[in-house]
Design a protein around this ligand. Structure first.
Ligand code: KG4
Ligand code: ZN
Length: 361
């Protein structure tokens, strides 16, 4: 089965199980590589957050167990739709991600292929994030290129230059932790529940970002790489020093609960600002260097409201268009897997059909 890419709609049924979200989507796709258009028929996500919360992070075998239970339940919401019968393609994430979790989606997709007239295709999770902005059908597609695309998620932070949807060049990536991982580890140090990113963002809203001058690792280096591990260590030391100082305060003046809460909000705001500054600075420099007309940010971190605000402001100053996916498509979902599968089929990309936790884009 190939996708002609012309006027006819191709309906794709997509499955995503790379981490702690079981997701399925039915997406109608049409148009060629210069103007692909998407219509979401149904998009379902079942999050396992509450189950993993007590462990402070995702436990791969529990994720696997939960996907195995959720997949047959979730497909019931799709099977009765006429468009589901019309879908001849199943797109399933084969990597990167947690290998046991990936296998659940792959096995489920293969079983479905055996029972129906649908053909299964392998999809890459990072490509899913990268192309997720297309689900909003941005106007004047041609005027977006060349484009800088930043994918910032829990597992990856990669900066791409795109001359068009077909021509992708990796400019740089993180040398250690991903931006989302930095949010998550920072949140844990601040005793915030999992998943850390949105919790740290909430706390940061109550604080002042100018309070602590956290380092901006690699920000002045003339490359497009990132490094976030040192930032987390700086936060650890800052909190240790504060604790010592607060103990002294308590012995002099009694309770320091309010001071602590205010201090933590200021620290969270400063920490968040440092991450955003690094992402923004490199994206903007790349966009100027390569005379780009747009910057796209995707992946879970692109759900951060301050990040969106600052990218929008700086892009506007530089007459560059800024695009982020719809909030529901910033975090993991299956519609983005359908979109990337459509684009990659148009490009003629075929991937190995096996779970690969470290699958490259
Ligand atoms: O793309 P995603 O849903 O899954 C991966 O592919 O990793 O991204 C999840 C990551 C987590 O690290 C999470 O803390 C972060 O995205 N994240 C955020 C926000 N929402 C999710 N980080 C900062 N601010 C947010 N609002
Ligand atoms: Zn993701």
């Amino acid at each position: 089965m190939t996708i002609s890419g012309a006027k006819q709609e191709t309906i794709i049924f997509a499955i995503e199980t790379s981490c702690d979200e079981t997701a399925m989507a039915l997406v109608a796709c049409k148009g060629g590589i210069t103007n692909p258009r998407f219509r979401i028929i149904k998009n379902e996500v079942l999050s396992q957050i509450n189950i993993h919360k007590e462990f402070g992070g995702v436990v791969p075998n529990i994720a696997k167990r939960e996907h195995i239970t959720a997949l047959p339940q979730m497909i019931k919401m799709f099977e009765s739709l006429p468009e589901f019968q019309k879908a001849k393609i199943i797109a399933v994430t084969t990597g990167p991600g947690l290998t046991p979790a990936l296998w659940t989606g792959i096995t489920f997709a293969r079983e479905l292929e055996k029972k129906t007239d649908k053909k299964v295709f392998s999809a890459n999770h990072i490509s899913g994030h990268l192309y997720s902005f297309l689900l909003s059908n941005p106007r004047n597609m041609n005027s977006l290129f060349p484009m800088i695309a930043l994918v910032a998620s829990g597992g990856h932070t990669i900066l791409f230059l795109m001359k068009d949807l077909l021509t992708l060049q990796k400019l740089g990536e993180t040398r250690d932790d991903a931006a989302g991982e930095c949010f998550d580890k920072g949140a844990r140090l601040l005793n915030l529940p999992y998943p850390g990113g949105p919790e740290l963002e909430k706390l940061a809203m109550l604080g002042c970002a100018k309070t602590v001058n956290f380092p901006r690792p690699m920000i002045s280096q003339k490359n497009y790489d990132f490094s976030f591990a040192g930032l987390k260590t700086s936060l650890l030391y800052k909190l240790k020093n504060n604790n010592k100082a607060n103990w002294k305060d308590i012995s002099v003046s009694g309770s320091s609960q309010n001071t602590n809460a205010k201090q933590n909000a200021d620290i969270a705001a400063s920490f968040q600002q440092a991450i955003i500054d690094c992402l923004l600075s490199k994206s903007l420099r790349a966009a100027k260097t390569f005379h780009c007309r747009s910057i796209v940010v995707s992946g879970g971190v692109s759900a951060n409201k301050l990040l969106r605000k600052e990218f929008t402001r700086e892009a506007k100053k530089n007459k560059i268009r800024f695009i982020a996916p719809e909030m529901r498509f910033s975090v993991d979902n299956a519609s983005m897997i359908a979109a990337s599968s459509y684009i990659e089929n148009l490009k003629g990309i075929r991937r190995n059909f096996q779970a690969d936790g470290n699958l490259a884009i």
